[in-house]
Design a protein around this ligand. Structure first.
Ligand SMILES: NC(=O)c1ccc[n+]([C@@H]2O[C@H](COP(=O)([O-])OP(=O)(O)OC[C@H]3O[C@@H](n4cnc5c(N)ncnc54)[C@H](OP(=O)(O)O)[C@@H]3O)[C@@H](O)[C@H]2O)c1
Length: 265
């Protein structure tokens, strides 16, 4: 009996230490400055609205001035007292100097950047075979350069503040998980980021992909660690079923295309 009580106490104590190790602190946005690239539309605009509702001042960056102005009017309705929304029209993908200058302008108006959300970008939605070679550098510029330029431009001042957060907004959405409402994606990214969660996901497929690809990423809760350790093997098996169903879809489409060609010839 004595040993059972001792073992149970050590086990519970060990669990408590582990839970504390993996627990993350929740940050607050009250009075902070959040910069959102691509904040004039879609996920970025939803995040701007939700950051404003949480008490932040918001700067949104994108190219089209009219869309920025429309978004500003919408975001203004959600601001808390003494907070503001600024817009900066800039192409984030072509020149680092232009992005750096935009960030300095934003910090001049609303103070040091507490959080940067990289949501600017788009993709050319064509089948791979139909893409033109020129589409690849274009997509790299729009999605990769816009994110690294903006991150580089704020990271020095964030290190100085020791308080910044750059959500790894990229890990959060998998195309295989289908499309989700911008509001839902924005809420998840923002909340996870404030909780110090390294990976965000939406939906069951997103959870599965995040768990199976956890690898060397940081863990943000004990539950997350336990599910990843226990389920990674079985999720690999589920992943193989997904791949096989994707193969079947590709094959079916090819057969339909071939049948269409035969009819027309
Ligand atoms: N929605 C989804 O379900 C989903 C799923 C997977 C991935 N994503 C990715 O998540 C990101 C945001 O998606 P979304 O649906 O919110 O797209 P969206 O509604 O088209 O918004 C894109 C935003 O980025 C801005 N932008 C694009 N290129 C820019 C540039 N070179 N410089 C500055 N701003 C630029 C756009 O404004 P201007 O055109 O005026 O510059 C706009 O504000 C995209 O990269 C998208 O590929 C979205």
């Amino acid at each position: 009996m004595f040993w059972l009580i001792l073992f149970s106490s050590v086990f519970v104590f060990g669990l408590a230490i582990l839970a504390k190790t993996f627990a993350s602190k929740t940050a607050k946005l009250d009075g902070r400055h959040v910069v959102i690239t691509g904040g004039s539309s879609g996920i970025g605009k939803s995040m701007a609205i939700q950051a404003a509702q949480m008490g932040a001042s918001v700067t949104i960056m994108a190219r089209n001035k009219e869309k920025l102005d429309e978004a500003r009017t919408e975001i203004q309705g959600h601001l808390k007292a003494n907070m503001k929304v600024e817009t900066i029209s800039v192409d984030l993908s072509t020149s680092y100097d232009a992005v750096k200058s935009a960030m300095q302008q934003a910090e001049g108006k609303c103070g040091p950047v507490f959080m940067l959300v990289n949501s600017a970008g788009s993709s050319v939605s064509e089948a791979f075979v139909d893409l033109k070679p020129a589409d690849f550098p274009k997509m790299m510029e729009m999605n990769y350069y816009s994110a690294v330029y903006a991150t580089k431009a704020v990271v020095d001042s964030m290190v100085g503040q020791q308080a910044g957060r750059i959500p790894k907004e990229t890990v959060l959405i998998s195309e295989t998980a289908g499309l989700f409402k911008a509001d839902e994606v924005a809420r998840t990214i923002l909340t996870d980021s404030l909780h110090g969660k390294f990976m965000s996901y939406v939906g069951l497929d997103g959870w599965m992909l995040a768990s199976i690809t956890a690898g060397m990423s940081q863990a943000s809760s004990l539950v997350e660690v336990i599910t990843q350790v226990l389920l990674m093997g079985i999720l690999r098996l589920v992943g193989l079923f997904y791949l096989s169903s994707f193969d079947k879809i590709v094959l079916r489409c090819k057969q339909e295309k071939d049948a269409g060609k035969q009819k027309s010839s």
